[in-house]
Design a protein around this ligand. Structure first.
Ligand code: NI
Length: 167
């Protein structure tokens, strides 16, 4: 398993609709292992293959204290309700922004064994991650879903505020 560098906003691979996986084989499972390592190294709860420069429809989700899992060729088959959330992304480091997501989300995908699975999130971080990561394989970033670009909030690095105030 290898930690691969995260691609950032401005990299065209993030904007390309990713290619469908036609066969779930060992090379795909190795990629999933690298994605998982890269996600944890960057302290994320989800990652999509384009974020490490691979234009394939694969995402990994790793909720806190839960086993990570992969979704291959994920499609949102049901969504309902809306809620306002604050969101960030490994590919847009140092920023967060408010946006509207669904309350309930169901995604259909293949798992690492090539079997069809459905994953359901309801009013939780998982529901948010399912929409966020599925957006990634369609070339969509959360910044596209802000009401206005002015809503993007720059996070101050830890300690900066104290130093500035002391000056
Ligand atoms: Ni992201």
């Amino acid at each position: 398993m290898t930690v691969r560098p995260i691609r950032y906003l401005g990299d065209p691979v993030l904007r390309r609709p990713a290619k469908k996986v036609s066969r779930v084989d060992d090379s795909i499972r190795r990629l999933i292992a690298d994605m998982t390592e890269s996600m944890y190294a960057a302290q994320g709860v989800g990652i999509a293959a384009p974020q490490i420069g691979v234009s394939l429809r694969i995402v990994v989700i790793g909720m806190p204290d839960e086993e990570p899992f992969a979704l291959i060729n994920p499609v949102v088959i049901r969504r309902s309700g809306t809620r306002r959330l604050d969101e960030g992304c490994l590919s847009v480091p140092g920023y967060r922004g408010p946006l509207t997501r669904s309350e309930r989300v169901v995604v259909k995908a293949l798992n690492e064994d090539g079997r069809e699975i459905r994953v359901r999130g309801e009013d939780n971080l998982l529901a948010q991650a399912l929409e966020h990561e599925t957006d990634h394989v369609n070339g969509i970033l959360y910044v596209d879903r802000l009401d206005s670009k002015d809503d993007l909030v720059k996070l101050e690095p830890a300690g900066t505020r104290e130093r500035n105030e002391g000056d």
